[in-house]
Ligand binder design. Structure first.
Ligand SMILES: Cc1ncc(COP(=O)(O)O)c(C=O)c1O
Length: 438
């Protein structure tokens, strides 16, 4: 294998120190990778710049949050202007109302909504509200979907198990996990069977309509409509967790793209233009159960903080205004990158699958088409790691895990895409030459 081109001595030193202070040296687990991550000094447009003086074309984009790239000038200006007027008030603002109006215009399923600070908070409160509204305890989630790091959703199915969940994280009480039923995504029969037996006990079905937390998995033809029909039949609140897919799959998210209207939805990431904010919302009759009008409690000191709202309002206005340019450009670039990966797989006789949609893509080193968590798990992780490291050495940063998705932004230039095409070709060639890793 080629010698590393990108030395990162300062990052190594920082990581050694970070490990003594922060568990694993990081503040979110997926940022850690072997032997140590590069530490970022600054970012601009499509690139991250490390403390070691290296530049990386960024396809992580803070896990999908930055659809317009790093440091978009209009977003920064809006945030700066707001900062000069105050950062948090503990009282409502006019901009919150305008922001909510714009969100509802793009997501008409959100007849009412509430702003929170993270995707985790959004799904946690959406689930509590669905429980309060229906008076039921159990929820259904799908294997491989990630909805943040709170107890109800940190549950993973055992082999074929479909009823009482097992905690996949230590510290999640069995009593909580037991109320989460985990089913395979894209599997019509398992849902049908579960609902026949337990449909009337289930408060909510929550899913990523396009799964972006197990690599990238697309819904089968008719699957989202099927979920809509079945949840209606049993009075279950259908929650689309669009923290990733919102403003990404289309301006109006997967619900617009696939034409399926959920009862509730969550948005985050892109919503804040790089600042922390998220939202949950849905049918008025459900949302009115939230305090202070209703008896389901939810609150937050920084909820709807004016800086995030100013940045979020700006990104939404930009996306709204430029949608005819933004989405086709992202899609074109994504198609080029996905095609290059597919071509490389054929040219170098590799066994791999490539999934892509809108501005998201991922490669899986497996012979099996990837349609659910079980098929993602057939991927050869070691090959992915070699591919990841090779790209990194060439100055291309993708999320360091097979279970994540690569994201494009409008800041990725023709030059970036061309450099990435070359890097992909080199990485796949290198993998083919290395043969099967031990
Ligand atoms: C689909 C989905 N929902 C919820 C979350 C949690 O969001 P946050 O990290 O803002 O808490 C994530 C985070 O990656 C996500 O991908």
């Amino acid at each position: 294998m080629a010698e590393p081109k990108l030395a990162i001595p300062k990052s190594k030193e920082l990581f050694e120190k970070a490990k003594t202070l922060l568990p694993g040296g990081v503040n979110s687990p997926v940022r850690a990778f072997e032997p140590y991550p590069f530490f970022v000094e600054k970012a601009q447009g499509s690139k991250l710049f490390s403390v070691d003086g290296n530049a990386y074309i960024d396809y992580c984009m803070s896990y999908g949050a930055l659809i317009l790239g790093h440091c978009h000038p209009e977003i920064l200006d809006a945030a700066r202007e707001q900062i000069s007027k105050g950062t948090v008030y503990g009282a409502p603002t006019e901009l919150e109302v305008k922001f909510a109006e714009l969100i509802r215009q793009v997501y008409p399923s959100m007849e009412m909504l509430r702003l929170v600070n993270s995707g985790t908070e959004a799904t946690m409160h959406a689930i509590r509200l669905a429980r309060g509204f229906t008076g039921r305890k159990k929820i259904i989630k799908f294997e491989g979907c990630f909805h943040g790091s709170h107890d109800s959703v940190l549950v993973k199915a055992g082999s074929g198990a479909a009823w009482f969940g097992t905690p996949s994280s230590l510290g999640v009480p069995e009593e909580t996990a037991g109320n989460t039923i985990v089913l395979p995504y894209n599997n019509f029969e398992s849902l049908e069977e579960t609902l026949k037996r337990h449909g009337n006990e289930i408060a909510a079905l929550i899913l990523e309509p396009v799964v972006a937390n197990s690599g990238l998995i697309l819904p089968k033809e008719g699957y989202l409509n099927f979920l809509r029909k079945k949840t209606d039949e049993y009075g279950i609140v259908l929650i689309f967790d669009e923290v990733v897919t919102g403003f990404r799959v289309a301006l109006g998210g997967a619900q617009e793209y696939y034409g399926v209207k959920p009862d509730m939805a969550t948005l985050g990431k892109i919503l804040g233009g790089g600042f922390p904010i998220a939202v949950f919302g849905g049918k008025r009759e459900i949302m009115e159960n939230l305090a202070p009008t209703g008896k389901v409690y939810q609150a937050g000191t920084f909820s709807g903080n004016p800086v995030s709202v100013a940045a979020g309002y700006t990104v939404l206005k930009l996306l709204h205004r430029e949608r005819e340019k933004v989405y086709p450009k992202l899609e074109r670039n994504c198609e080029r990158l996905a095609k290059a990966l597919k071509d490389g797989v054929l040219d170098y006789d590799l066994e791999a699958q490539v999934n892509s949609l809108a501005s998201m893509f991922q490669i899986f080193f497996t012979t099996v088409p990837v349609t659910d968590y079980a098929t993602v798990k057939t991927s050869e992780i070691q090959k992915f790691n070699i591919y990841f490291k090779n790209l990194l050495k060439q100055g291309v940063f993708i999320p360091p895990s097979q279970f994540e998705t690569c994201f494009l932004s409008t800041a990725h230039s023709e030059e970036d895409i061309n450099a990435t095409l070359t890097a992909f070709d080199n990485a796949l060639k290198n993998l083919a030459e290395a043969g099967n890793p031990p």
